[in-house]
Design a protein around this ligand. Structure first.
Ligand code: AMP
Length: 393
């Protein structure tokens, strides 16, 4: 990688402002998954071991630019302190007199965590004075928040321009695993896309057609592609205004000799909220009074076979409404196929990462990204603004 990492800078006796992604799921103030905190420990430990003091900053949830203690980062500071086995001081505000005083008094080897950056609208606006106030807290800026690296916010972009800077080990690892794999894949290279909305993923479908040998499509996304081939989809979630675009992509795939695999059968139900009737269809058509909720049994077999043949697999988006046990099979079986193969397997954050973890296959995957949106941008071959802004080596 051509960007500076923390190995390339001298942090001894320096105050390091470290942007992390501690946007962890919370239930009644209790962290339900602390993977993002664990993933950050190597960077924080390295900085401390090399004589820095570390000022940790992050966002959590969507407080919409207002102080809302439901989104306080305090629980993450407590958890971090447990993992580091040392005190993590906590500033009740990310800027202002108290934060400035606490940062000033911080000594080598100590850790200070700032309150949620998104309590200020200026964070997402990348507002200059807000950036200056954050930058004034430290000597060096380090970004390790892969989950927000596709955003041009104050703490991910603006501050970087005001201080000597580098990326941390998590961003370094994510870039290495995802970019290196996509740029130089062992073939056959299979991409798997699922989830709900074609409109969200249209650009990634198009760019993947330049990279993969086979593109497997599942989830509600598949229905728009099937509608483009004149199948009957009943009451399934079809994005009518994207049908023409789906037709164009199917033709483009043919031109590029990329196979797009679509479901040949489905698990369908009578009602999304209250599914009293559940059936496997006999083909790709869905009866008028039913809607698709998962890929069917035959489709599962074909998708698993395609994964088995692959040497590289990237996956984003579930195959069905996996949150409901009745409709989890497609996603579970695809996760299992990825766990079983010796191929390089990369999972792009979000729901598919949650599914793989939920089904117990996480350890068998080559790389599970910590950032859904950011990894999708990398799948597309785009540059992440928060990485782009970091100094070159
Ligand atoms: P996305 O955010 O686009 O990755 O979409 C993830 C969501 O897609 C999950 O919450 C799934 O429940 C949903 N999903 C997957 N398959 C279907 C389907 N067949 N019908 C409706 N929603 C679906």
């Amino acid at each position: 990688m051509d960007k500076k990492t923390i190995r390339d800078i001298d942090v001894y006796n320096k105050k390091v402002l470290l942007r992390v992604d501690f946007n962890v799921p919370l239930k009644d103030g209790v962290i339900t998954d602390d993977n993002r905190i664990k993933e950050e420990l190597p960077t924080i430990k390295y900085l401390l071991d090399n004589g820095a003091s570390v000022i940790v900053m992050s966002h959590l949830g969507r407080p919409e630019g207002e102080v809302n203690l439901k989104y306080s980062l305090k629980p993450t500071a407590v958890r971090l302190s447990e993992y580091l086995a040392k005190e993590v001081k906590f500033a009740e505000d990310c800027i202002g007199e108290d934060a400035a005083k606490m940062a000033k008094e911080l000594e080598s080897g100590q850790v200070l965590m700032l309150e949620n950056l998104r309590f200020y609208a200026e964070e997402e606006e990348n507002e200059k004075t807000f950036c200056e106030k954050l930058a004034a807290l430290a000597d060096i800026y380090v970004n390790d928040a892969f989950g927000t690296a596709h955003r041009k916010h104050a703490s991910t972009y603006g501050v970087a321009k005001m201080l000597p800077n580098a990326v941390g080990f998590l961003i370094e690892k994510e870039l290495k695993m995802i970019v290196d794999t996509i740029n130089d894949p062992k073939r056959p290279f299979v991409g798997i896309l699922g989830g709900a909305k074609v409109s969200d993923k249209i650009t990634i479908v198009e760019s993947l057609l330049n990279k993969v040998d086979t593109l497997i499509v599942g989830g509600a996304m598949a229905y728009t592609f099937l509608a483009a081939q004149n199948y009957n989809l009943g009451n399934s979630r079809v994005e009518r205004d994207m049908i023409a675009e789906a037709q164009r992509l199917l033709a483009l795939a043919q031109e590029k000799n990329v196979e797009i695999m679509l479901p040949c059968d489905h698990v369908v139900t009578n009602n999304f909220e209250n599914p009293t009737v559940v059936k496997n269809t006999v083909n790709a058509n869905i009866p008028n009074d039913m809607l698709g909720m998962d890929i069917g049994k035959q489709t599962v077999k074909l998708y698993k076979k395609a994964v088995k043949k692959a040497k590289t697999v990237i996956w984003n988006g579930p195959m069905g409404v996996f949150e409901n046990k009745t409709f989890e099979n497609g996603t579970k079986q695809v996760a299992k196929a990825l766990a079983k193969t010796k191929a390089t397997t990369i999972i792009g954050g979000g729901d598919s990462a949650a599914a793989v973890i939920k089904f117990g296959y996480a350890k068998k995957i080559t790389h599970i990204s910590t950032g859904g949106g950011a990894s999708l941008k990398l799948f597309e071959g785009k540059v992440l603004p928060a990485v782009d802004v970091i100094e070159n080596k």
